[in-house]
Design a protein around this ligand. Structure first.
Ligand code: SF4
Length: 350
């Protein structure tokens, strides 16, 4: 039966209650549905057994039987425990989302905010097809709920990183509405400090986050310490320059008191020299920040290569000796195309 309303996950609870009222369904059903969705990982009205059969039938008539609007196209699992899902929306556009596990017990959902991406970062498969559209609040929330449902009870997602396809600050309203549900006590109850929004570094976008005084962590993709190199890696940099990005990150720190993470993908022969490390150390001197160094994961369509292990070691050593806090992160799920945008591209809309 076709749904008569916007998808359930796109509706704030107050609007959902209003629809219940208009259809003579008791308002307390809203709380019951939320408990099924967020606490019991149940997404079909038919299965919500503490709701009367007649109200379940009414709800299915209004919203369709499943609360999800996407269709699961494929689900893949990696030897390292990473799982990846590819979802298709009714307009046939697709996004991918990843569940990462580590030996500290962290279960992290990596979420997309857009179909395609306009930023065109040269190391990223998502940018190859350009921007298609923003995802809605419900489409972002659906990714989070589906990843959470991959975990066996009583496990739940512990962390969220907004690092999938898309530039989050260009779809901030929908993202923040979805995150509000993911972090709500009667939602998934993920701690605010366990949510990281990762931006390519658009100063106006970072300032929007600063103005909203968000409780979340900010990660900025830096990937170079001079404008000429950064322009090659992130074309968006030509519009603003590194200094403006760092100044916006400083304002975020000054407003929120939360340390900013700078992501630095290390690419052989592009940004991995000793001189690059020294420039980066100078740029971040005296900042309360941490650098995540991520050895590049080759994308089949692109020519860049992974750095040699020795180059990674000496880059990190140079930063550490200059007093910069550094972590080296290796990408997970290489055997299931977990680099951003790769799965979506291997299942193109025909
Ligand atoms: S890295 Fe992120 S911002 Fe850059 S093209 Fe890929 S999805 Fe877009």
């Amino acid at each position: 039966m076709p749904a008569a309303h916007a998808p359930f996950l796109d509706l704030p609870t107050e609007e959902f209650r209003e629809i219940l009222r208009e259809n003579r369904i008791p308002g307390y059903r809203a709380g019951q549905v939320r408990r099924w969705v967020f606490a019991r990982k149940t997404f079909a009205f038919d299965e919500m057994t503490d709701i009367s059969k007649s109200d379940r039938a009414k709800l299915s008539g209004l919203f369709g039987n499943t609360l999800f609007s996407g269709k699961l196209v494929t689900q893949t699992g990696s030897e390292d425990g990473t799982q990846k899902i590819l979802l298709e929306w009714p307009d046939r556009h697709r996004v991918e989302s990843v569940l990462l596990r580590d030996d500290r017990g962290h279960r992290t959902g990596c979420i997309s905010t857009q179909v395609g991406c306009a930023m065109g970062c040269r190391f990223c498969a998502s940018g190859l097809d350009g921007f298609v559209r923003n995802l809605s609040r419900g489409e972002i929330l659906e990714q989070i709920l589906r990843l959470n449902a991959l975990l066996p009870d009583p496990q739940r997602l512990t962390h969220l990183v907004i690092m999938g396809t898309g530039e989050p600050t260009l779809n901030l309203d929908a993202l923040l509405a979805a995150l509000a549900e993911a972090t709500a006590a009667d939602g998934l109850d993920i701690g605010n400090r366990r949510v990281t929004i990762s931006t390519v570094g658009i100063p106006a976008g970072i300032d929007k986050m600063t103005a909203a005084d968000l409780p979340y962590k900010l990660a900025v993709s830096l990937h170079a310490a001079d404008d000429a190199t950064r322009n090659k890696i992130i074309p968006q940099n030509q519009h603003c320059g590194i200094r403006a990005v760092l100044a916006a990150a400083d304002r975020y720190f000054a407003q929120t008191g939360r340390r900013v993470t700078f992501e630095y993908i290390l690419i052989a022969g592009v940004n991995d020299s000793g001189a690059d490390a020294l420039r980066l150390a100078k740029l971040l001197d005296r900042k309360t920040a941490i650098v995540n160094v991520i050895p590049y994961n080759p994308v089949p369509e692109l020519e860049w290569k992974s750095p040699a292990p020795r180059a990674v070691e000496s880059f990190v050593r140079a930063l550490t000796q200059a007093g910069i806090q550094v972590k080296v992160r290796f990408r997970k799920g290489d055997d299931i195309n977990a680099a951003c945008g790769q799965l979506r591209r291997s299942y193109r809309i025909s």
